[in-house]
Design a protein around this ligand. Sequence first.
Ligand code: ADP
Length: 461
Amino acid sequence: QSNVISVAPILTKLKNDCAAPLPVLRHVADAMAEDMRAGLLFDGGSDLKMILSYVDSLPTGNEKGLFYALDLGGTNFRVLRVQLGGNEDRVVDTEFEQVAIPQELMFGTTEELFDFIASALANFIEKEGGKFYLPNDRTRETGFTFSFPVRQTSIDSGILMKWTKGFAVSGTAGKDVVACLNEAMERKGLNMRVSALVNDTVATLAGARYWDDDVMVAVILGTGTNACYVERVDAIPKLSSKNSTSGRTIINTEWGAFCNGLPLTEFDREMDADSINPGEQIFEKTISGMYLGEIVRRVLLKMARGGELFGDSISDKLLTPFMLKTPDICAMQQDTSKDLEVVGSILYEVAGVSSNLTARQIVVEVCDTIAKRGGRLAGAGIVGILQKMEEDSKGLIFGKRTVVAMDGGLYEHYPQYRRYLQEAVTELLGFEISKNIVIEHSKDGSGIGAALLAATNSKYD
Ligand code: ADP
């Protein structure tokens, strides 16, 4: 068949360019560890920002009382309350609500956005009852998960550097988002204060730690990616006041910005050049859910040009950036039918092309190549973090059970990706050490994690 002959060299080159054999993984892990170290020396010392979270104490399980969590990080605003019963009773009850942020508020003023949030919160607080109980003399306390770039100045304050993800609210950049929220809550007469401002990765770590003392790292693999970990304050040269009582603090690595030694292809370079942030977030663009489908689309488009892969027509859909999504390539990889019918129908419906069996097999190989590279590099990144921690605390990471809490839609829903990630970790660490390293899914830990951080940073006790 002619299509195999002309498409084969593109596939071969793709596989070569994406290959992440052990030496490449080792280089990535070493570079990650080194970049982390550089970022801890001084601000701007590395691609990795290594942001101080000001979270110095993690949940122990003893937390008691009623706490709230708010989560603003995308198109939805989430609120949650939890009644904590201490070591015996643990989570007595939780309740949860989600409100879509009206489109116009994403382009409105700071007051409008935060007033909307405060109103949603007021509605939610009104329904407090049942097993939820606040002593009379107490102010409600909440954790605030805010997943936009913030320069944090304490556990309960942080200045918005810029809006991202389609938000363009006027007047917020340069302001303390906690103050903005507190003011809006005051305008509504709400009896509540923000006691912890956290990033979603940090909240995930806290949520997982509540159930398992060995959790030391948290990684998000969803639309984007990020990781945080527990660091010793004496290993952070750029931290001036080392008055953490635990001697430890959580560092938010912002590892999406990593770019050292990654195996990249012409397709990655073109996608980056066409992106809204060229040259930035290269690790994120190689391993996270927003991009895997788009990389595959670009490969298929090249294969299809000249009529080699899908016959004569190149569809408008195949020409449209981000038409093919990561859940689509994931679904294609799950197809076990003899004729690859699922692959055929996704190609037809999403990419607008007809395909024969040979073409479908090639498409699956392309998906697998991109998912495999992503998973393996994510695994190498995780080992880089563990390696950095181990170097500073010999035996305390590799010599005992250590848990990496994972969350995000990509990790949760893409079995091949998850397997490739685990394989890379095992290859890098070797069989013996990797028995100590537990990489596990911590589903939706971030909501309760933020509430737990409100508890550990409570002004009472
Ligand atoms: P977010 O990261 O946007 O806050 P999630 O953690 O739920 O939210 O991640 C959503 C992302 O996960 C999607 O953008 C997509 O890339 C990825 N994803 C969702 N479902 C699947 C799936 N079935 N297979 C592969 N990836 C998926």
